[in-house]
Design a protein. Structure first.
Ligand SMILES: [Cu+2]
Length: 194
C-alpha cells in the first residue's frame, strides 16, 4: 500500500515537473505606446519579445482600449496596409520586433487620450507549444507622436496611409484600407493623423 502511494506521488511529480518547466519565459524589452491626439481612436504598441522556448503571442488587452488586436503591416501594391493576425510566432531564443511599419499590438476603441509620459498597462497572452495559455502584464511608457517613428517606417505610413484608413475603417467601415473587422464602431471615425 505504501509503495502504491509512493508510486503515485512519483507519477504526479513526473507529470507536473516537466510540464511546469515547459512554460516559456517571454522577455519583453523596450515596450512603448505611441501617444494620441484628441479623438484618435487607435494607436500602436511596440516592443521586442524573446521567448525561452517556442511560443506564440495570441492576444492582448489593455484597460485603455475597448478592443486590442495583433496586427501585421505589409506593403500591398505600394500601399502600406495592416491586418489583424491570429497570432505571432515567437521562435525559441529569437527576438521578434514589434515596431512601426511591422508587427504591432493595436489598441483600438481608446477610452482616453494617451499622453506622452503616461504609462499603459498591456496584458499579453501567449501560447506555449502545447497551446497552453499564459499571460504577462507589462507597463509601456507613452512616447510622443513623432518619437522613434520618424525613422525607418515613416510616420506618414502609419498616420496618413494604412493607419489613417484604419481609423476610418473602424469608424465607418467604408475606407478601402479598412480591415474588415466585424465589430461595431464605438465612436465616430477617428480623424486622420497630422
Ligand atoms: Cu494596426
Amino acid at each position: 500500500m505504501r509503495a502504491f502511494f509512493v508510486a503515485l506521488a512519483l507519477a504526479g511529480f513526473a507529470l507536473v515537473g516537466p510540464a511546469a518547466a515547459q512554460t516559456p519565459v517571454v522577455t519583453v524589452s523596450e515596450p512603448w505606446v505611441r501617444a494620441t491626439v484628441a479623438q484618435q481612436q487607435a494607436t500602436g504598441a511596440f516592443m521586442r519579445l524573446s521567448a525561452s522556448q517556442n511560443a506564440r503571442l495570441v492576444a492582448a488587452s489593455s484597460p485603455v482600449a475597448g478592443l486590442t488586436e495583433i496586427h501585421e503591416m505589409t506593403v500591398v501594391n505600394d500601399v502600406m496596409r495592416m491586418r489583424a493576425i491570429a497570432g505571432l510566432d515567437l521562435p525559441a531564443a529569437q527576438a521578434v520586433e514589434l515596431r512601426p511599419g511591422g508587427y504591432h499590438v493595436m489598441l483600438m476603441q481608446l477610452r482616453q487620450p494617451l499622453n506622452a509620459g503616461e504609462r499603459v498597462a498591456i496584458t499579453l497572452v501567449f501560447e506555449d507549444a502545447n497551446r497552453q495559455r499564459f499571460s504577462q502584464t507589462i507597463e509601456a511608457p507613452v512616447r510622443p507622436l513623432g518619437a522613434a517613428a520618424a525613422g525607418a517606417h515613416g510616420h506618414g505610413g502609419h498616420g496618413q496611409g494604412a493607419h489613417g484608413a484604419h481609423g476610418q475603417g473602424h469608424g465607418a467601415h467604408a475606407a478601402p484600407g479598412g480591415h474588415g473587422h466585424g465589430h461595431a464602431p464605438a465612436a465616430p471615425a477617428a480623424p486622420q493623423r497630422p
